[in-house]
Design a protein around this ligand. Structure first.
Ligand code: COA
Length: 254
């Protein structure tokens, strides 16, 4: 089955994560497909908004841990980095529907979305430290900006999850709905956007993001270098192996 579903209707391109048996964790092919879809949507004047969604039960469990273990995920030429670059500079409105767990990049990609509609079962987490890693997607900058340093430290240093209500209060999420309604709401809002003048949308988004854009671009690079280095360290290898073998990691030697 195709792990990434892409379709378009009336100016809205919809990207659906479809790897449910692995909780929509992202493989290299899925990152590459998402990066291509965003590039296509940016270039095609008929496409005016993008919806990003998972399933009612799970949005995305982050990067595929097996790929991490096999060192298939690092480097600026990697599909993951290409996707993060594409989403961070995407010029048109990006609407996300998020239900269930949104782990790692499943949360950090949302910092680059314009409207996020969350199911009341949504649970966000950025457990990079618990995996021996560091933040990506410029989340080391964007999380403290959005959440304040104290809450960002709980989320990024302790790796503590936060729920939809907290995400709404901090402005990461625009509205909370029953999980069965999140995708339809995202579609409705995206179609509303697609009916508006495209150049005004692009210019408004550019102006809203202008002051952060250079810092985001620079931080994305810097995090990418650190992330790639940490992936090869003993702590990360221990965390990935422990996850796949379904036991707790032992960092006493890492
Ligand atoms: N990479 C690879 N496989 C993953 C995965 C990931 N990121 N997340 C889940 N899976 C796999 C599990 O290994 C399991 O596979 P199996 O059926 O072959 O054993 C399957 O998906 C179901 O996962 P499971 O953990 O049993 O589901 P759950 O409902 O109990 O928990 C999550 C769901 C998302 C909370 C949990 O899977 C999780 O924490 N995943 C890892 C998230 C993570 O650390 N991602 C990296 C962030 S940088």
């Amino acid at each position: 089955m195709n792990e990434l579903l892409i379709d378009s209707s009336d100016g809205v391109l919809t990207i659906t994560l479809n790897r449910l048996d692995k909780k929509n964790s992202l493989t290299r092919a899925m990152y590459a497909g998402m990066a291509d879809a965003l590039a296509q949507a940016d270039a095609d004047a008929c496409l005016r908004a993008v919806v990003l969604q998972g399933h009612e039960t799970v949005f995305c469990a982050g990067n595929d841990i097996g790929d991490f273990l096999n060192r298939l995920a690092s480097g600026q030429e990697s599909p993951a980095f290409q996707f993060l670059h594409a989403i961070s500079i995407f010029s048109k409105p990006l609407v996300a529907a998020v239900c269930g767990p949104a782990v790692g990049i499943g949360t950090t990609m949302l910092f680059h979305c314009d409207l996020v509609y969350a199911g009341d079962n949504a649970a966000f987490s950025m457990p990079f430290v618990n995996l021996g890693l560091c933040p990506e997607a410029a989340s080391s900058y964007l999380a403290p900006q959005l959440m304040g340093y104290g809450r960002a430290a709980e989320a990024l240093l302790l790796g503590e999850p936060f729920l939809a209500e907290t995400a709404l209060e901090m402005g990461l999420v625009s509205r909370i709905v029953p999980p069965s309604e999140a995708s339809a709401l995202a579609q409705r809002q995206a179609h509303k956007l697609a009916a508006k003048p495209l150049l005004s949308l692009i210019e408004t988004k550019r102006l809203m993001k202008k002051s952060h854009a250079p810092i985001v671009a620079e931080r994305l690079q810097e995090e990418g270098v650190s992330f790639a280095r940490l992936l090869t360290e003993p702590a990360a290898r221990e965390a990935f192996t422990a996850f796949l073998e379904k036991h707790k990691p032992d960092f006493s030697k890492a």
